[in-house]
Every structure is written in C-alpha cells, then in structure tokens.
Design a protein around this ligand. Structure first.
Ligand code: PYR
Length: 619
C-alpha cells in the first residue's frame, strides 16, 4: 500500500521528487493505515463468512436501497414540528399540541418497532438511508422516535456502533423533525438505577447531540424515580419532557382493585406537579382496551391541561381500535410504525391510522400515498434482519393473561429457546403471570419486566411449583435481578411489598450496594468526553467489547448489513467506502479445510491483491 500511495502522489507523478520527498509528506508513511483498515475489515468478514453466526443469507435479489421511494432528496427539506419547537420553546410547543385539531403522530419505526420485532438490531446505515425521505415525505410528523430504550446497549453490544454517532447522524438528516427518545427514569437506558449525576450528564449530552423530546417513564410508576430526569430535561430549556404513566391491568374491569382510574389520575397529578410538558400513556403490553382508552383519555384531559400522547403495542391485534377510541376522546398524539414494521409486538400501522382518520376533523395531515411509498424500503430492511425476527407469527390474546410487554415477549421467546425451553413457552407465559402475582402484581416494563421474566425462566427451568416457591423462597436460587427488586433497588411497587414472601426471600441474601456518587476521575472524564464516558459508566462490559471490536476490525458500520451479518458471498465483489473517495473492493477466492488447530485460510482479494486471512472455525 505504501508503494501504491507513492505512485499516486501528484508530485511524484509529475517528477518533482527531491531527497526530502518523504519527510515532506508524512501522510505517505501513514498510508499503511488504509491497508490495515482493509485487513481489519477483512478479518471480520472472513470470520462471518466461515462461521455464519446468523445462518446463510436469505436469497434476496434486490438491495433494500433499491426499494427507497422515487423521491428527489436533493430538494429542500420542508419545515416541520422541530422548527416550531426551536422557535417557540417546549412550553408553547406542548400547548400548541393540546390546541391543535389534527391528531399528532409519532413514527416509531426507528426505535420501538425494530426493538419489538427484530431484537433492536437495525443498524445506523439502514436508518440513515431512509431518514432523508422521512424528513421530506412525512414532514407533518410530530416526532420520530429513533433513540433510547434498548437501542443504546444493543448498538454497543451487538452492532459495534457508538449510539451517540447514530443520534448525531439522524439529527443531521432530519433537521425539521423532533427526535424522540425513551428514557427509563433513573435507569436511563440501562437496567438498574444510576447516580443522579449520570442522569444529568446523559440528558445534557442527548439534548446537545439531537434529542428534542424525552419520553420518561419509571418501571414501577414511581414519580420520585423520574424526578431527576424530568428536572434535567426541563433545565435544558429547549427539550420537551414527556412523562409517562405506564398502563397495566384493566381499568374497566370491576375486578381491578389496584390499577383503577383513581390510581392513574393520582399518578398523573404527581407527574404534572413534577413538571411534565406532555403526559404520555405508555401501554407497553397492549392491554389498553378501546373502552378503557376512552375513559382514561377523557378523564386525563378533563382534569389536566397538558396534551396526552398515547403509546401502545398491537400484541392482541386490536390496537387501531384503541387509537381510534382515544382519538374520539380527544387524545392529542399517538404512536404508530410503518406498516411493514407494525403489528403484533410493534405499534399499529401508520397507513391504517392515516386511512382511518382521513376525511375526519382529526385527520393527521400525513399523505397516505407518501406513507405507503416508504413501506417497501422497511419491508426490504425487515428481510435483511430476518435472523432476529421474534418468532411471533400472529397476534396473541394470551397477553391479556400474562401481560408481557411487546418488547419483552419477542425477547423472552429467544431467551427460552437459548435455555432449551422453547417448546415450553406457554408454561413460561403462565409462570410469568404467577411470578407477577408473587412479586405483588407490579407494573411490568424495563427493567421490572426483566425481574418477572428472570423469575419465570428460573422457576420453569427448575420445574418449580410457584405455590411452594412463594411459601419457601429460601429453598430456591433466586436471580440477582429479583433479589435487587425485592431489596427496593428499583423503588417501591404501587401495590406495596408482598409479605411475608419478601422478608423470607431476602433472608440471608447478599444485596448489591447502590452507587450514588461518581469518583473524581469519572467527573473529570464526563467533562472531557461525555459520550464515551457515559457509554462506559452505563455499560462497562459492552463498551469494552465495542472498543475492542474497533481495534480488531476497524469501523464495522462501513459494511452493508448483508456483509455485516453473513460476510462475503461466494463470487461476489463487495465495495466498501472506507472514507470519502476511498473505495475498497473485497472478495474471496477460496476457503481452505481447517488445519489441526481448527483454523481455515480464507484467500481474500483487496483491490485485486491477494490477502490470506486465518479464521478459527467455530461452527
Ligand atoms: C424500553 O424500556 O426499552 C421499552 O421499550 C419499554
């Protein structure tokens, strides 16, 4: 590569070569780096090619990009809700939402839809290909939910991507649309509480990088657990604090004793007092039936002057009905996903919502044709990520019994399969309901849902009788998350603690201490490099894995998703734009039999030059 760079040097080509030629051109010596980058990427690709961790690639003839709409994205971006937010500020922006007639729409495909259908695996480049189209073809959106929730740790853990870079890129591509994130209160984007200082730094950095709307919730509906996040968002002065009440149970049922209308109104009052700009109903499992939506939305809007934003999952298949009932009752905004990424554990379909409200006073303003034109791209993206499909082929009414949130239902199936319990999934669903009852009929959403799920898997795995477990918990291994929950790590559950079970279960167990302060070194690091430091503070292990992957394989986000998942296809030449104007052509010629240590030699070609790469066969 060094020789090649010299041969391409303009002065060299023009014959202007002196003895100080190299000293004056240090870049020629660092020109070894592109070669290294190519080899690093090749090592990864060769590994995927040999080991096929995601199985053989689907025989798809087209690329996802070929399914992008026929729309000229060099045209100027129309103005949108973000322009109004920047001009008017969060209070007036929220007030305008409450005053508008059209039902406002949040598009969740870039976050919750793929979190709930494809194990959160959609990569930044697949979001970035469509983002300029979303900005131009659906400028009427109130917001695009594109960050937070599980996307943060999945980026570090499985995609070798820095979540902050994703946000910055999306911000650049959709300057007219508010980007919304899901923030788990004190748990930020993690699974246990972090010090308030971490929440503050996280919110600041997220707002600075591109978040306009923070949807904040707490997994036990404990307002105190959300307060630091609400304060942090309010003190940005520019971002919207949308605060959620998590919906569970069935408020229209005469048998509902805990999660009643009074419960939700009391909770909403505390949320409003805490300083919310927008009130969200977060129906994470899709339990909010149409009549309950009507009752709840009407009551919330009668009692408070904040706008109400409804989020649901279509697990049982009927949630468009819930959205329409809520719209009739005056709900101000709703969440939907592109039709090809909607339904079952995801949100209801955007096309269906637009079609159902067009011609009414509450029409969304979105163009049904434009919304439909974006669907083939997402359908093609979904094909690419087929290895991560949840395995839930159809709606399920069993959700009204087990109450498993959409995002978890798909995950739990995969966890069950990994534990060899895939064939007993219905037992796990039943045990989840039993575990919830034992833990005190709690709100179930990340991370409290993980607590219930961990317990259900442990009990089914141990063939335990839930009645015996409840009576004699000291005789059982209890997952750490469950012990932490019972110790109060996540806050206090709405129905109080289940006694005497709790005391019996905690007796003699080690409780992990909660960290409330940061070290002086971490404080300094937060000032110097907030994004990188937050990655480390929130997810030390995955951040290390991410950094190691960057060292070993360079920047994997440069690879197309087909290459990233399946490696190099036989007889195919892959183009990788390693930097502006620098393209590598990669292919492989042959793969040897494994040697005595189990290594295969993959004969690769980089821009026509042969490069043998050794790969351990792990298959
Ligand atoms: C999350 O916390 O990621 C959810 O989607 C609830």
């Amino acid at each position: 590569p060094f020789l090649q760079s010299v041969l391409e040097e303009p002065d060299f080509l023009a014959g202007r070569v002196t003895t100080s030629f190299i000293e004056e051109r240090p870049q020629l010596l660092s020109a070894r780096v592109p070669g290294d980058r190519g080899t690093k990427l090749l090592s990864y690709l060769a590994h995927q090619t040999v080991n096929q961790p995601y199985g053989p690639e689907a025989a798809i003839k087209h690329t996802a990009r070929s399914k992008l709409p026929a729309y000229d994205i060099t045209t100027p971006i129309p103005s949108g809700a973000r322009d109004r937010l920047l001009k008017d500020g969060p209070e007036a922006f929220a007030r305008a939402l409450r005053e508008q007639t059209a039902v406002a729409v949040t598009e969740t495909t870039m976050r919750d839809a793929h979190q709930s259908l494809l194990a959160t695996r959609v990569r930044t480049r697949d979001l970035m290909h469509v983002a300029p189209y979303v900005a131009r073809m659906t400028p009427q959106l109130w917001s695009v939910e594109a960050w937070g929730g599980a996307t943060f740790d999945v980026a570090l853990r499985f995609l070798s991507e820095d979540p902050w870079e994703r946000l910055a890129k999306l911000r650049g591509a959709m300057p007219n649309l508010p980007i919304q994130m899901l923030l788990r209160g004190r748990n930020t984007v993690g699974y246990t509480p972090y010090p308030t200082r971490v929440t503050d730094a996280f919110v600041d950095e997220a707002a600075r990088t591109g978040i306009d709307v923070f949807r904040i919730f707490d997994a036990l509906n404990d307002v105190e657990q959300m307060r630091p996040a609400i304060d942090a968002v309010r003190s940005t002065g520019t971002a919207v604090a949308e605060v959620a009440l998590c919906y569970t149970g069935d408020l229209t049922s005469p048998n509902e004793k805990l999660y009643t209308l009074d419960y939700y109104l009391g909770l909403a009052e505390r949320i409003v007092d805490a300083g919310a700009h927008v009130l969200a109903i977060k129906d994470m499992a899709g339990l909010l039936r149409a009549p309950a939506a009507r009752t709840l939305v009407t009551a919330l809007r009668d009692r408070f002057d904040l706008p109400v934003h409804l989020h649901t999952h279509d697990t049982a298949g009927g949630q468009l009905g819930t959205l329409l009932a809520a719209i009739d009752a005056g709900v101000d905004a709703v969440d939907v996903a592109s039709a090809s990424m909607s339904g079952t554990t995801s949100q209801p379909s955007m096309s269906a919502l637009v079609a159902a409200t067009d011609g009414t006073t509450r029409a969304t303003g979105l163009d049904l044709q434009a919304v439909g034109d974006l669907e083939p791209y997402w359908e093609a993206v979904r094909q690419l990520y087929k290895p991560f499909e949840s395995g839930l082929p159809s709606p399920t009414g069993r959700v009204y019994h087990h109450e498993i949130p959409g995002g978890q239902l798909s995950n739990l199936r995969q966890q069950a399969i990994a534990l060899g319990l895939g064939h007993r999934f219905e037992d796990i669903e039943d045990m989840y309901a039993a575990a919830n009852a034992i833990l005190g009929n709690i709100v179930k959403v990340t991370p409290s849902s993980k607590v219930v799920g961990d317990l259900a898997l442990a009990l089914v795995g141990a063939d335990a009788d839930p009645v015996d477990f409840e009576e004699n918990p000291s005789r059982y291994d209890i997952p750490d998350s469950v012990v932490g929950f019972l110790a109060g790590e996540l806050g206090d559950p709405p129905g109080g603690w289940p006694e005497p079970f709790r005391t019996k279960a905690l007796a003699g167990r080690t409780i992990r201490p909660t960290v409330t302060d940061l070290s002086e070194e971490d404080e300094q690091a937060l000032l110097a490099n907030p994004g990188r430091t937050l990655n480390r503070l929130l997810f030390p292990g995955p951040t290390k894995d991410f950094e190691r992957s960057q060292e070993m394989y360079y920047d994997l986000s440069l690879l197309s998703t087909k290459e990233f998942l399946h490696g190099l296809g036989p007889g195919q030449e892959h183009e990788v734009d390693i930097e502006q104007g620098k393209r590598l052509l990669l292919s492989f010629q042959s793969i040897s039999e494994p040697d005595e240590r189990g290594f295969r030699t993959v004969m690769c070609l980089v821009n026509g030059q042969l490069r043998p790469v050794q790969v351990k066969d792990e298959s």
